[in-house]
Design a protein around this ligand. Structure first.
Ligand code: SF4
Length: 651
């Protein structure tokens, strides 16, 4: 089974619809040896803000040195985002293995005399819990999918739980009054386990109080125990100080924008305090840096400047009111060009009532999702008819870019699916724009001696036959270009073919390549690779990635260098520069260079591979240095996630 097949199989479970109740999840997890019983869980429910609270708590625990699994839903760009460990999405290979394990169990349950047909969300929850247990996380932070009492995550007995706030949502399932909705959410409160509440409205707050009393669960009201003083705020985040029962932390700069994040932060800090009582001591310094590092993509995310585009996944009236307050607060006097697409079964009128008159121009669109509302159907709730209908989010963004004036802000919102389409389109746009700018900044030959990365200088000077590239790249590992060049020249002067090197004396090779460093190891690798070429490939260097990777001592980067520089076959030889910069730009969120390569070849059109790689390496050498990026003078800071935040300015 490959990744696409595994994902397709999982999505097909959506045909079983949405089911409330724990029976299926319990049956499924029993077959997986009850992984949730091995986990220390923090469980978070609420109408809005659940994801932010999970992001704060996970970031602080990670900062404290713990391995933290976080389960949230839905995802923005990639399914693996739902199931992350220490901020990195579940790897595709792990996901495939997980589906291969779970699929026969789901089929077995569906064929019982009393069939249990597991849904997409129940199966996702099982995949997450199984993955976290296998990876031995120290904590699992779980966001409730819908409601609480009957949500499939509610099989856990958590260390602590939280309810962020209560508003109208999913009323057909959770009830038509705030009291009923609160009753469902309070269903996550477990006997004797601490519960933190951020709920301020009287009626739902009372419901939570009653439930906590009934379950003998110590209740903490976040806004009573965590006092936050806001010093300044803007679209990039908030500067604040906070005081709680155990902590007094000053000058915290959080990256989540909007004043409502203060309430989410208070819930998160109160939760961490509860963990402190349970003997997981976490220092103030750790909390401060954890809160500062927390990120939650797709929430008031400034994606690029020139023009400024903000992506936000607000989709219900309560969220829309919060968003409106934020726009009036942080972007007063700025015209907002709206790109709005929504899905069915949402309160479209409630959403636009809060926001419609704030848009100077409005493009009504639809996300590419089967529950997306057609633009003309969505527009019926609008009071003003000066909107424009555009079929796709990408097209609507392009229209908005065309009409936006220099100081205008483009806001893409209305649904997580709209945000997702927007982010995907903006990433492609970003790649093209960055490519154009960097090509002008670094024309070929502009930096003699620093042409392209680790071994490119050497390879340019050497004869670029695939064998020389292969050996030159092995020599270039963990050394400077000049050293590689000297070592290569000395080696090739004596041995220039695979046969000669396969039969060479190890000591002689070691002596010749000494200037490249790690010479003992490299000499063995070079001789072994040459022997493999002679024995298995008629003394020729293969031109297939898999064959290259099968050679001793040849990793992804070396293999790709051979393809690109030896055979001129497009590939993406991701080195440390490319890996680091791709993450800073926000193109990927990956832990290793190999994972970065997998992602980049997926999102960057093949025709750009060689050039963009060359330009990234050069940008890493000249401006975005690993010793300290020079964001203030960087020509692409307007498109770099890190640069946008570092420079914190609007046009
Ligand atoms: S803005 Fe800063 S981090 Fe981003 S690419 Fe430029 S130098 Fe690197």
């Amino acid at each position: 089974m490959n990744y696409d097949e595994a994902l397709h199989w999982l999505y097909e479970l959506q045909f079983f619809g949405m089911k409330l109740g724990l029976e299926n999840t319990l049956a499924l997890l029993k077959e997986l040896d009850n992984p949730y019983k091995k986990l220390q869980v923090i469980h978070v429910a609420g109408t809005n803000g659940k994801g932010s609270v999970c992001a704060f708590v996970s970031s602080v625990l990670k900062e404290a040195g713990y391995r933290v699994g976080t389960y949230t839903s839905p995802h923005l760009l990639e399914y693996g985002e739902r199931i992350s460990i220490n901020g990195y999405p579940m790897k595709r290979s792990d996901f495939v293995r997980s589906v291969e394990r779970i699929k026969p169990i789901i089929e077995k349950l569906a064929n019982l005399r009393e069939p249990k047909k597991c849904t997409f969300f129940e199966t996702s929850t099982a995949i997450a819990l199984d993955h976290f247990a296998r990876k031995k996380v120290d904590f699992a932070v779980l966001e409730v999918g819908m409601g609480g009492r009957l949500d499939s995550t509610n099989i856990v007995d958590p260390l602590a739980c939280a309810i962020t706030n209560i508003g109208f949502e999913h009323t057909q399932h959770l009830g038509r009054t705030l009291k009923k909705i609160a009753g469902e959410k309070a269903g996550i409160i477990k006997k004797g386990r601490p519960v933190v509440s951020g709920v301020r409205k009287t009626v739902p707050a009372k419901v939570i109080e009653w439930k906590a009393k009934e379950m003998k669960a110590p209740l903490t009201l976040a806004h009573d125990v965590v006092k936050v003083e806001v010093h300044s705020h803007d679209i990039f985040g908030i500067s604040l100080s906070l005081k709680s029962r155990s902590y007094d932390i000053t000058e915290v700069r959080i990256r989540l924008a909007g004043r409502h994040q203060v309430d989410n932060l208070a819930v998160a800090v109160a939760l961490i305090e509860e963990l402190g009582k349970a003997d997981f001591e976490i220092s103030e310094d750790v909390i401060k840096s954890g809160l500062e590092k927390a990120r939650w993509n797709g929430r008031l995310q400034v994606c690029q400047h020139s023009p400024t585009v903000i992506v936000d996944c607000t989709h219900n009236p309560l969220g829309a009111k919060t968003l409106r307050a934020m726009l009036d607060d942080e972007l007063a006097g700025r015209d907002i060009v709206g790109v709005v697409g929504m899905v069915k079964d949402k309160d479209h009128l409630g959403f636009f009532t809060a926001l419609e008159d704030r848009f100077s121009n409005l493009f009504v669109t639809s996300p590419e999702y089967d529950r997306g509302v057609a633009p003309e159907d969505l527009a019926v709730v609008l009071k003003d008819d000066s909107y424009e209908l555009v079929d796709y989010v990408a097209m609507a963004i392009e229209r908005a870019v065309r009409v936006a004036k220099k100081k205008d802000i483009i806001l893409v919102t209305g649904s997580l699916f709209t945000a997702s389409d927007g982010l995907e389109h903006l990433a492609q746009r970003k790649i093209r724009q960055i490519f154009r700018i960097l090509k002008k900044s670094y024309p070929i030959g502009a930096f003699p001696g620093k042409e392209v990365g680790d071994n490119e200088t050497t390879l340019k000077k050497l004869d670029r036959n695939p064998f020389n590239v292969l050996i030159g790249t092995i020599l270039s590992q963990r050394t400077r270009d000049e050293n590689t060049y000297v070592a290569s020249q000395r080696l090739f002067a004596k041995y220039s073919t695979p046969e000669e090197l396969a039969n060479a004396d190890l000591k002689v090779v070691e002596e010749l390549i000494k200037p490249a460093g790690f010479y003992k190891n490299k000499a063995q690798m070079i001789i072994a690779a040459s022997r493999a070429l002679v024995d298995n490939h008629d003394s020729k260097v293969p031109d297939e990635l898999d064959d290259l990777l099968a050679l001793p001592g040849v990793g992804r980067k070396t293999a790709n260098c051979v393809l690109v520089y030896g055979y001129k076959i497009p590939a993406m030889p991701v080195d440390t520069h490319v890996h680091r910069i791709s993450n800073l730009w926000g193109l990927v969120n990956t832990m290793t260079a190999d994972e970065t390569e997998d992602e980049l070849v997926r999102i960057i059109p093949k025709k750009y591979w060689i050039d963009i790689n060359r330009l990234m390496v050069r940008h890493g050498q000249v401006v975005c240095k690993s010793t300290g990026p020079r964001c203030l003078v960087c020509q692409i800071a307007d498109f770099c996630n890190y640069g946008i935040y570092q420079n914190r300015r609007l046009d």
